[in-house]
Ligand binder design. Structure first.
Ligand SMILES: [Zn+2]
Length: 247
């Protein structure tokens, strides 16, 4: 699944192609009213976590790439059955495949909690902490994937953050010492910016320390692979150095 930083890169790619352009054609097999888009000028592109938001005067086009979504520019690279939305503006056409497409009102989008987006300038760590405190019995591996708290964090970021701060994924929020909980919040944002930088350099995988790895670099012990928590996503961790509290 594309994580927040990948959508951030997509936003940067599309902005110069689409912003201030009028939509000439819009088509695909998404269940939306395409006629609402024709003639509308794209005024801004933002991302909120894993959602890409194309603003027109109204509506806002919300694209979520889900597990297997993808896109291409100027060339249709996939079968028609997977084409959800194509947007044609003067000189360019952008294709979105196997994704969720919805048309939202501007008000609905502006009411999003922008302070929960880990890559946003408005990111608010204190607010994240409050939300975590309100879910004491949640495992930290599930909390990190909660888009209402850490919008943009996906499974890779989760695994790498927990390895980086030496925290066992199955810790309950209430068992995590206060300073360690601060590290969860801080590194969720820090690692997301590292992810963004490495992804732009095409060197993301090279920097993985735990995700899909077999041996812990710190302890030389085998990395465990387990489908942890309520979310049951692939989790990679080391029981030698990632602490489970209370000790
Ligand atoms: Zn280890």
């Amino acid at each position: 699944m594309p994580e927040g930083p990948s959508i951030f890169i997509l936003k940067e790619l599309l902005a110069p192609l689409l912003i201030s352009k009028k939509i000439k054609k819009a088509f695909g097999n998404a269940k939306i009213d395409f006629t609402q888009l024709i003639g509308k000028k794209i005024t801004a592109i933002r991302c909120w976590g894993k959602q890409l938001l194309l603003f027109t005067e109204d509506p806002v086009i919300r694209i979520h790439l889900l597990m297997f979504g993808s896109y291409s520019v100027d060339k249709n690279t996939r079968p028609a059955s997977s084409l959800r939305l194509a947007i044609e503006v003067p000189k360019h056409i952008v294709y979105f495949y196997t994704c969720s497409v919805r048309l939202l009102t501007k008000d609905a989008v502006l009411s999003y909690d922008w302070q929960s987006d880990v890559l946003s300038n408005e990111w608010n760590p204190l607010k994240a902490r409050k939300k975590l405190k309100a879910m004491p019995k949640t495992m930290v591996c599930d909390a990190l994937l909660d888009q209402q708290i850490f919008s943009g964090v996906g499974n890779i970021i989760k695994n790498e953050v927990l390895y980086r701060i030496k925290l066992h994924p199955e810790n309950l929020i209430k068992s995590i010492p206060s300073l360690k909980l601060s590290s969860v919040i801080k590194e969720a944002r820090n690692y997301s910016f590292d992810f963004l930088k490495w992804k732009k350099e095409y060197s993301l995988k090279k920097h993985w320390l735990a995700h899909t790895k077999r041996t812990c670099l710190r302890c030389d012990l085998p990395i465990i692979k387990k489908y942890c928590g309520r979310t049951k996503r692939r989790t990679f961790f080391c029981i030698g150095c990632q602490i489970k509290y209370p000790r």
